[in-house]
Design a protein around this ligand. Structure first.
Ligand code: ADP
Ligand code: MG
Length: 705
């Protein structure tokens, strides 16, 4: 029998959470800190020393020797710098373990190696990390020992954000302020804060580590750069929600334990559509904490996989021809006293506040569809969005039959008089209970779907931080709320004005609603007719950050300055170029050093066989060997030409100085040259005898975990 685990006991045991704070902080300091965290107040420097001391004592009691400011620089990863708690040895050579308020609140990592998109060059070389007390500190146990991690924001000397947390916190402030204005107009005087809640469902692949280590492409690029579908693909859909295999089960179990200890509420696990693909969903939390927890989740999954002799692939498209991975960013807004602004209630047509919120979200998403698309752009996601799989690159909103009907009533007659209700689901089996169906079925193709009391933004890439998506959502909705509040605060007759406003917004932005199948070519045409933007590639989406409309939006709500946006756009172009450059170089290397030599060896064997057979028996028909030899040699030559061409294109692209032009060269010229190399090599993989092929095949990797 396995060991019995008490989840409530271990949950959060590695987090400096409320219980730990109560125990390790003086009462008055605890109260003050709680107030700061709950009300989003500014940190009082007077309590910093005391908090630092308590935090250190707690961490040491858990075995910590080091602390680290933990931040999210703009390359999408997390960064850390470890310092031990020890002080300089005294006369007797003895050390103390110390941690001051100053060390807790502010850090100064050597920031020069993190991308700044020119910000630091223009302003100052220094970068600072600043404690974000709204996201709890935690300890991590790994081969480095036990370390106290302090979530921080990362800024330049003059306060420009060099990370994803700073703008996220700014966007949360913006939506809080504007949402409260709206609530007051509806007579709500009891709520004091509105926060976005986020639950990010994480998809990933798990493969055997030995096989992973034999695939240089996976090591360098995180995805396979060569390879073809095995005979058994995902046509059968037998993996989806299938029984979880033992080895994977062991991994998932340990991931859960690790995450629970870190206070990450891991909840749901299941197999995904593709073989070796899985999903892990946590329970939703405040946006900022959910974002940090998603980073922790990705780190833990990678680390625990290694301990199990497995590798976790977070890339958006690790295997061509097999479903890629994404992250569903479930987003809603709730007050500090527990009211979800996205809850329509049983009769949405009567729920004026909900209808106004919905109308504002329609406006926000329609006005800033390009930004929302951009927020999900990363290099790996180019293989999903706008390629042959879900969701499409075109932003639209799915609201389901019930709400679409209400919107239609409002747009046509100006008043909504009824709401469609879900029927009873009758299973036809007497012993099974009949239950109420949801008023609306699911739509899996929509990039932004209303799912009962939240919106699910499905575009985010599986390896990406969810910060960008939430920054955009929070800010664009803050703007729509602000404009609505501006109108309503001046209204003489509130109920007439709000009614007219909802109707106007819904009519103006009706085009963004689409309940149909988003995968079809008809939708691409229809969306173009409606004037909805379509940016299939990351390089096309990047400029959306810098349109006058976007700059105005961000500056108005204090989320980004123009300089910050310019730096981010530079960094994104640069990341794109660097990633494709790595992939192209890896392809050149792998094909020149492993694949082409292997094919040459195989063709030699074939040639010998032709010779041996015809010499031994002149009347024997060696045409099969000969045909195979001819075909392999033809593909070999094609591959060799493609390697040369790819080398030239890559050399040309890397020399371009403008970040935008360079990225476009990688997209327009290098990426097609990569495809031109992959094609003959994938064809060869199907012809060359398996024992000659220098790496494990898709079949080996996907079906033998
Ligand atoms: P589905 O409806 O897709 O089956 P679940 O209800 O299991 O999904 O939720 C999927 C994710 O959405 C989970 O991470 C869950 O915690 C989160 N979620 C549920 N309700 C909300 C909400 N009100 N706001 C934000 N996220 C939510
Ligand atoms: Mg989902």
């Amino acid at each position: 029998m396995s060991e019995i685990i008490s989840v409530p006991e271990i949950f959060g045991c590695n987090v400096f959470n409320d219980t730990a704070m109560r125990e390790y902080l003086p009462k008055n300091v605890y109260k003050k800190l709680r107030q700061i965290i709950d009300n989003g107040e500014e940190l009082d420097p007077k309590i910093a020393d005391s908090v630092a001391h308590g935090m250190k004592e707690w961490a040491i009691s858990r075995g910590a020797t080091h602390y680290s400011h933990w931040f999210q620089p703009l390359n999408g990863a997390t960064a850390e710098k470890h310092d031990s708690f020890i002080t300089a040895p005294g006369n007797l050579g003895n050390v103390m373990m110390e941690f001051s308020g100053k060390e807790l609140v502010k850090g100064e990592p050597d920031a020069s190696s993190f991308p700044s998109g020119g910000l630091r060059a223009t302003f100052e070389a220094r970068g600072y990390t600043a404690w974000d007390c709204t996201s709890p500190a935690f300890i991590r146990e790994d081969s480095l020992g036990v370390t106290l991690f302090i979530p921080t924001a990362f800024c330049s000397y003059t306060g420009e954000a060099l990370d994803k947390k700073t703008p996220l916190l700014r966007s949360m402030q913006a939506i809080d302020k504007q949402a409260i204005r709206l609530l007051r107009l509806f007579g709500n005087n009891h709520s004091t804060r509105v926060v976005p809640n986020v639950g990010a469902e994480q998809e990933y692949f798990i493969i055997d580590r030995e096989k992973y280590l034999k695939r240089k492409d996976l090591i360098y690029a995180g995805r396979t750069l060569f390879g073809t579908m095995p005979a058994k693909g995902q046509e059968m859909d037998d993996h989806y929600f299938g029984r979880i295999r033992e080895r994977i089960g062991g991994f998932m179990h340990d991931v859960d334990l690790e995450l629970w200890k870190l206070g990450v509420p891991a909840k749901t696990e299941h197999n995904e559509v593709a073989p070796a693909q899985h999903e892990l969903a946590p329970i939703y939390e405040e946006c900022n904490v959910a974002t940090d927890h998603n980073q922790i989740m990705m780190e833990v999954m990678k680390r625990v996989a290694e301990q199990h002799g497995l590798t976790c692939l977070l890339h958006e498209k690790p295997f061509a021809g097999i479903s890629g991975s994404g992250k569903h960013n479930n987003w809603s807004l709730s007050t500090d006293d527990g009211i979800n602004l996205l809850n329509p209630g049983d009769t949405p047509h009567e729920n004026v506040q909900f209808l106004l919120v919905l109308a504002c979200i329609m406006k926000a998403v329609d006005d800033h569809a390009g930004l929302l698309r951009m927020s999900a752009a990363n290099v790996g996601n180019d293989h999903r969005l706008g390629a042959s799989e879900a969701p499409p690159a075109i932003i639209s909103i799915f609201v389901g039959d019930q709400l679409e009907d209400v919107i239609d009533q409002l747009c046509t007659t100006g008043t909504a008089t009824h709401s469609i209700h879900g029927a009873k689901l009758n299973t036809g089996v007497a012993t099974l209970p009949d239950f109420d169906k949801d008023a609306t079925d699911r739509n899996r193709t929509s990039p932004f779907a209303f799912t009962g009391n939240k919106f699910e933004f499905r575009m985010v890439g599986s390896s990406d931080s969810i910060a960008s998506a939430n920054i955009v959502l929070n800010t664009i909705v803050a703007e729509a709320f602000c404009e609505a509040a501006d109108v309503l605060e001046k209204a003489e007759d509130f109920s007439e004005t709000v009614h007219d406003l909802i109707k106007r917004l819904m009519i103006e932005h009706r085009r963004i609603i689409f309940n149909g199948n988003g995968y079809t070519e008809e939708w691409v045409q229809e969306a173009a007719r409606r004037g909805l933007p379509n940016f299939p590639a990351m390089v096309d989406a990047i400029p959306q950050m810098l349109t006058p409309k976007s700059v105005r939006l961000y500056e108005r709500f204090g989320v980004y300055t123009k300089a910050e946006l310019e730096s981010r756009s530079e960094i994104d172009y640069d990341i794109y170029s660097k990633q494709i450059n790595v992939e192209a170089r890896a392809m050149i290397n792998i094909s020149s050093k492993s694949i082409l030599p292997a094919v040459i060896r195989y063709t030699t064997v074939l040639a010998d066989s032709v010779k041996t057979v015809t010499e031994a028996c002149p009347e024997a028909d060696a045409s099969v060997q000969r045909e195979l030899l001819v075909e392999c040699c033809r593909l070999l030559k094609q591959a060799r030409e493609a390697v040369k061409n790819l080398t030239e294109e890559t050399d040309r692209a890397v020399a371009i100085t403008s970040a935008a032009e360079r990225a476009h060269a990688y997209h327009d010229r290098v990426a097609p040259a990569m495809a031109a190399l992959r094609a003959p090599i994938d064809a060869l993989e199907l012809k060359v005898e398996k024992k000659f092929w220098p790496m494990p095949s898709y079949g080996d990797i996907l079906y033998e975990v």
